[in-house]
Design a protein around this ligand. Sequence first.
Ligand code: CP
Length: 312
Amino acid sequence: MKTIHDFISLKPFSREELEAIMDLAETFEDIARGKKQSNLLAGKVLATLFYEPSTRTRLSFETAMLRLGGQVLSTVDAFRTSSAWKGESIADTVRTVQNYADAIVIRHPERGAAEVAAKYADVPVFNGGDDANEHPTQGILDLLTIRRERGTIDGLTIAMIGDNKHCRSNYSVADALAHYNARLILVNPPELSMRPEAVELVRSKGHLTVEETSDLPAALKQADVMYIVRVQKERYADPAEYERAKGLYKVDRAMLEAAGRPITVLHPMPRVDELAEDVDDYPGACYFRESFNGVLIRMALLSLVLGKAQLP
Ligand code: CP
């Protein structure tokens, strides 16, 4: 089993390694809920460098660190509030921040930014999301959510609905699902298709079958799990193109009930208008539990990269 230094992508991880991380994550449940105290990461400091907005990723990393007895340094809106505003490069920023912290989480709008940070930093670096590329901690927390809600991943049909072109979470979820004998239905209008090379990479593992359709009701009739995301407004250079994409799909409770089967509903959030609020009390809705699972996964990953836990 490998030791983990940086966590930039799910691609280098095997199914066994992903499952071991999820198993470790579940051991932190009582600490994450504040029922037990922990000093596992006492004396350690995490720096969060966020060049894009975030609620869940930043705060769940930070609470994971705090609940494990560690400490946190935060930079939010980093293009304006860090020396990036004066023109400092990522390479120089992380070589500075490594003097203040034992690990770094970076979210940045440029593809590959986390890789650059990891190249220059001596301390472990987490990719908190880079452009429309990858969001690996989201991918594994969603895998854990499916496992916790359904008890298995093999054999499931997952309908991934919406902006499959621009949503980095979807790429990382597909990377995670690639190890399982399951079925992924990409549900999107043709202009929001996932990058073909990403689909081919997932298929090449030889486990997950991947299909694409724009027929949302038909996909729901086959789905065990629905993974829906908003149209990613911030990835559109042309506002008119965003306006055309916005509102192309929406799921409400009546549509889920018309599918005639119990569907587990995930959404990485934030939600805009693609998922109606009347789904919130649908029995399969689990998106707020999903955001809690992010704390468990980030606790596991922090304890692994900081040398306080080991994979079997
Ligand atoms: N899921 C997710 O990345 O949410 P935030 O943008 O709030 O971090």
